[in-house]
Design a protein around this ligand. Structure first.
Ligand SMILES: NC(=O)c1ccc[n+]([C@@H]2O[C@H](COP(=O)([O-])OP(=O)(O)OC[C@H]3O[C@@H](n4cnc5c(N)ncnc54)[C@H](OP(=O)(O)O)[C@@H]3O)[C@@H](O)[C@H]2O)c1
Length: 320
């Protein structure tokens, strides 16, 4: 599986290291707006081919999958261009700026019969899979409440986060995680209430959300680009609770307490950030000729976008 990256930025570097760690995945090409940046990236991460821009990058027949690592506002066009060039796509989260873009991207992937995956890497982690197993086994009983927070003080050196025109702010970069993991356990909420505090640039600095479900469950989710947090995610049921310990979106430990098992703690040791799990999952889908991810489904991705659109509507955040 030959992977080519668009955008030689921060996350591209992390994924490059992960791709190099997974047998069967090959870091094949890099496309940057600058040739010298592309070459430097290629030399640093042992990439075979490098390009300025995407025209020749897309023409390369050896390229199988494009990994889109550009700002949020570029995901739509980069994905459309990749699919139209006949390439499968791993697109960074947030998948798109809004549901209209997301629907077009998914429709094109289906039309072209090509794999298109939102890079919601959290879903591939063994710790999350274990929590799902615990919840599905009934050990914590019926889910009543969820609390999830993902907040880091991210300064203005991360320029795109403070730019409305690039889809900046806490919700799309960080909030997408507690929203996606809550959705993984409870699905789409029946009612949402949200509030944001905005930066002088007009991006959401912090967003707080309450999700209500007709089942009686509620979720209290927060995200912020100014707060420092323990970044935990806890699911509480009628018989006990289970927690993805911080940073929950790539957790390496879980804790739980239930009426039948008492308090328990489990470690999932690893020596890297853990992006390898996502690449391994992608590789399996690619090798099995899947045209939809077996981990991050299109309906998941589209429902997450709809939720984020609803939240932005309530708090009054538009990217214009
Ligand atoms: N999965 C995760 O854990 C994770 C973590 C952080 C970020 N992300 C996501 O990954 C994406 C990139 O984030 P990042 O933190 O890597 O951002 P970044 O460091 O700013 O890198 C983005 C890269 O995109 C390219 N680019 C293309 N058009 C651009 C434009 N108009 N302005 C600026 N750069 C442009 C640039 O590469 P060239 O100069 O080479 O063209 C730039 O270096 C975002 O969607 C973000 O939400 C995911």
């Amino acid at each position: 599986m030959n992977i080519g990256i668009i955008g030689a930025g921060r996350i591209a570097e992390k994924l490059a290291m992960a791709i190099n760690n997974v047998d069967g995945a090959s870091l094949y090409s890099i496309s940057s707006r600058s040739l010298s940046k592309a070459r430097a990236f290629a030399e640093k991460f042992n990439v075979t081919t490098w390009y300025e821009g995407t025209e020749d990058f897309f023409k390369d027949e050896k390229l199988d999958i494009v990994y889109i690592a550009t700002p949020n506002s570029s995901h739509y066009q980069d994905t459309i261009n990749s699919l139209n060039s006949g390439k499968a796509v791993l697109c960074e989260k947030p998948f798109a700026l809004d549901i209209e873009e997301a629907k077009e991207m998914v429709a094109l992937a289906k039309k072209k019969n090509l794999l298109l995956v939102e890079a919601m890497w959290s879903k591939y982690f063994p710790a999350l899979k274990k929590v799902k197993k615990i919840v599905d086994s009934g050990l914590i009983g019926e889910i009543k409440t969820i609390q999830g927070d993902l907040s880091y003080p991210l300064g203005r050196d991360k320029e795109r986060l403070y730019r409305k025109d690039q889809g900046g702010g806490a919700l799309l970069d960080l909030g997408v995680y507690p929203i996606s993991i809550t959705h993984y356990f409870l699905g789409k909420p029946d009612k949402i209430v949200a509030e944001s505090k905005f930066t002088p640039e007009g991006v959401d600095e912090s967003t707080s959300m309450i999700f209500k479900y007709n089942s009686g469950a509620t979720a209290l989710l927060t995200c912020s680009i100014s707060a420092m947090s323990s970044n935990e995610f806890i699911i509480c049921g009628t018989e006990g609770w289970v927690r993805l310990n911080g940073s929950f979106h790539h957790s390496s430990s879980i804790s739980s307490s239930t009426k039948s098992t008492g308090e328990q703690h489990e470690e999932f040791p690893r020596s890297t950030d853990g992006y390898e799990y996502q690449i391994q999952g992608l590789l399996e889908d690619f090798n099995n000729k899947k045209v939809e991810s077996s981990t991050v489904s299109y309906s998941d991705t589209l429902e997450i976008m709809e939720i984020m659109d609803e939240i932005r509507g309530q708090v009054g955040y538009s990217f214009k």
